[in-house]
Design a protein around this ligand. Structure first.
Ligand code: IMP
Ligand code: MG
Length: 175
């Protein structure tokens, strides 16, 4: 597998993101809401670098697949904490088309938070289908399928400490 982003580079980016978040949010208490499962590792590292009072909640998204078409996004908010009147920091692993973050923000809005800002570790350039952009971005990457540091291919590779690009042999090993 080709390594795209080393473990040390990821940690440096998270330190920078935590500082940006602290500066912009002014150290006020945050409710961090992470989209499972891809953001699990990022969440764990990011919250440990945020020295402000915070709550953590998670939600999950999945999409019904209709052949090759990516179907309607299903949002499971069953494990969400109370976000009414709170300042929410939404965390996801990667901003690809942007549909996930866009729809999750719309859904969270129904719970009447005071504010919602979003933070992603990765931003895939040139793929976006929505008008919005995340407020905090770790890295901009080219349009390649990446795994590791929480990101999966068929639910594998989430435990890699770095971000890698799968080679054709890696893909063949799982089909
Ligand atoms: P979006 O809705 O197109 O922005 O896709 C966001 C979701 O798709 C992410 O939360 C990931 O779970 C998944 N995803 C998009 N690109 C990749 C990738 O390169 N590797 C692994 N998962 C990805
Ligand atoms: Mg995801």
């Amino acid at each position: 597998m080709k390594i795209l982003i080393q473990e040390s580079e990821i940690q440096a980016a998270i330190t920078r993101l935590a500082q940006e978040i602290r500066d912009r949010e002014g150290g006020k208490p945050l409710t961090v809401v992470a989209i499972m499962t891809g953001s699990i590792v990022f969440l764990a590292d990011l919250i440990r670098k945020l020295d402000i009072p915070l709550r953590v909640g998670v939600m999950q998204t999945s999409s019904y697949r209709d052949g090759e078409n990516r179907g309607k996004l299903i949002i499971n908010a069953g494990m969400l904490v109370d976000i009414a009147d709170r300042d929410v920091l939404l965390v996801d692993d990667i901003f690809d088309t942007g549909n996930t973050l866009f729809e999750v923000i719309a859904t969270l809005g129904e719970f009447r938070p005071r504010s919602i800002r979003s933070c992603v570790l990765l931003h895939k350039d040139g793929r976006q289908l929505v008008e919005m952009q995340p407020d905090y971005i770790g890295f901009r990457i080219p349009d390649e399928f990446v795994v590791g540091y929480g990101l999966d291919y068929n639910d594998l590779y989430r435990n890699l400490p770095f971000i890698g690009v799968l080679e054709p042999e890696d893909l063949a090993a799982h089909t």
